[in-house]
Ligand binder design. Structure first.
Ligand SMILES: *Cc1c(COP(=O)(O)O)cnc(C)c1O
Length: 434
């Protein structure tokens, strides 16, 4: 496979865009080589500007659960765009999409739409702080909640890949209210509660962590977390920007019995367009401007074209819940294949699946938190990533990301991917011996 055009395009981009990319994890920094420049997508495939075709397991980092150029989403977007791109005034599309989310998620009476997951979580935190009158928040190492200041502390994937636990430009005065606990470790959360002098506004968690690789929280841990929050009058926020409509129709809520006080959304609910949202019970949401005093706003919030795309995606999912069974089965088949391929050449691999989300670590022990995830063999991952790419398989370019199956990822594509994995892992094993 030739990558010449992508290499040239990256050089050109590099001159006018920092690092040549608009989001760091796209840069291929941890796996080597240069990022592919994409010309177009079609169903389960993407095509780069050199004309190479890849089976796409990144799917724009999660949003594209129906693959590329889904006909229904495309039609909804074109129809909305023809009526006007933005009005800065209410449209009925916002109400329809809000109704879909409210009907599916227990405890959510109202949602507010924004333009990204980052914005959704940032706003949810402000609301939690405004509602409780407290400043401190608890987050978990390895969980990513977007790049807003108080959350850019030990934030998984992009940050982990680049070895920046936080970032210059984030005042310590802001992160001093962010207490860090360890995922799946309730004692560490209890300790944070003890350390907080003036009380904790909220605990925010990815109930199915997808930004340190795929690392789900245990039911026991979530139950204990709920109890601790109740004991302290602290809000529990599930960040389901990734897992919402991905792990299953109701996100983590379809898997765990634990109910959060607030949920943040993004990715799938925009159908590929920039959308985020946060929701909670009516009592909490009543504190949000203009009903209440907690300010939050956006010129393009609830953008009609983005709402139309999201509504098309979410409605389709709601009408075809069996999609999740198919997606889950394919994800499981893929991970089973990777594991067999690795085992056949005595390479240790840990795998996990939640609905259409899959994850694998080159590790010989199970991973339950970020500290354990950091022990994985990233060198082998980098070789695996490169080898698969050269065989037309597009996997996320970091060992700390989750992979995705779309409804357009066919059984044949899964089989082709597994065959490639056997060859690549064999090569890796041979190069280790010599
Ligand atoms: C992707 C993601 C975000 C940030 O969303 P953006 O749209 O990239 O700003 C926040 N939380 C989680 C769990 C995510 O996966």
């Amino acid at each position: 496979m030739g990558y010449e055009k992508s290499i040239d395009a990256f050089g050109e981009a590099y001159r006018v865009i920092p690092g040549g990319v608009d989001s760091p994890v796209r840069a291929f920094a941890s796996v080597g080589g240069t990022p592919l420049f994409i010309e177009r997508g079609e169903g389960g495939y993407i095509y780069d500007i050199d004309g190479n075709r890849y089976i796409d397991y990144v799917q724009s980092w999660g949003p594209l659960i129906f693959g590329h150029c889904d006909k229904d989403i495309e039609a909804a977007v074109i129809e909305a765009a023809k009526r006007g791109l933005s009005f800065g005034a209410p449209t009925t599309l916002e109400t329809r999409l809000a109704e879909e989310i409210v009907s599916l998620f227990d405890g959510i009476d109202k949602v507010r739409f924004v333009s990204s997951g980052t914005e959704a979580v940032m706003s949810a935190l402000r609301l939690a702080r405004g509602y409780t009158g407290r400043d401190d928040i608890i987050k978990f190492t390895g969980c990513y909640h977007g790049h807003s200041d108080s959350l850019l502390v030990q934030a998984g994937s992009g940050a982990a890949t680049f070895g920046n636990p936080s970032s210059p430009g984030v005042p310590a005065d802001l992160t001093k209210h962010t207490l860090l606990a360890q995922y799946n470790n309730i004692q560490s959360v209890a300790k944070c509660f003890e350390q907080s002098v003036n009380g904790v506004a909220c605990v925010i968690i990815e109930p199915i962590a997808g930004n340190m690789g795929l690392v789900p929280a245990t039911e026991e841990f979530l139950t204990q977390l709920r109890a601790l929050c109740d004991e302290h009058g602290t809000l529990l926020i599930f960040d389901e920007v990734m897992s919402g409509f991905r792990a299953c129709l109701k996100g983590a809520q379809g898997i765990t019995a634990v109910k959060p006080d607030m949920v943040t959304f993004g990715k799938v609910i925009g159908g590929g367009m920039p959308v985020g949202a946060f929701g909670a019970g009516a009592k909490i949401m009543a504190h949000l401007s203009p009903e209440g005093p907690v300010y939050q706003a956006g010129t393009l919030s609830g953008n009609p074209v983005a709402m139309a795309a999201g509504l098309a995606a979410v409605t389709k999912l709601k009408h075809n819940p069996s999609h999740y069974v198919t997606l889950g089965n394919r994800a499981k088949a893929l991970m089973k294949g990777f594991k067999s391929a690795a085992n056949s050449v005595s390479i240790a691999l840990e795998t996990d699946v939640r609905g259409s989300m899959f994850g694998f670590f080159f590790s010989d022990t199970p991973i339950s938190n970020f500290e354990e995830a950091l022990q994985n063999d990233t060198e082998t991952f980098a070789k695996f990533h490169r080898g698969m790419l050269d065989r037309g398989i597009y996997l996320a370019c970091s060992a700390y990301e989750t992979g995705f199956i779309s409804t357009q990822t066919t059984d044949a594509m899964i089989e082709e991917t597994i065959r490639a994995a056997y060859i690549v892992l064999q090569e890796i094993a041979e190069s280790k011996q010599s």
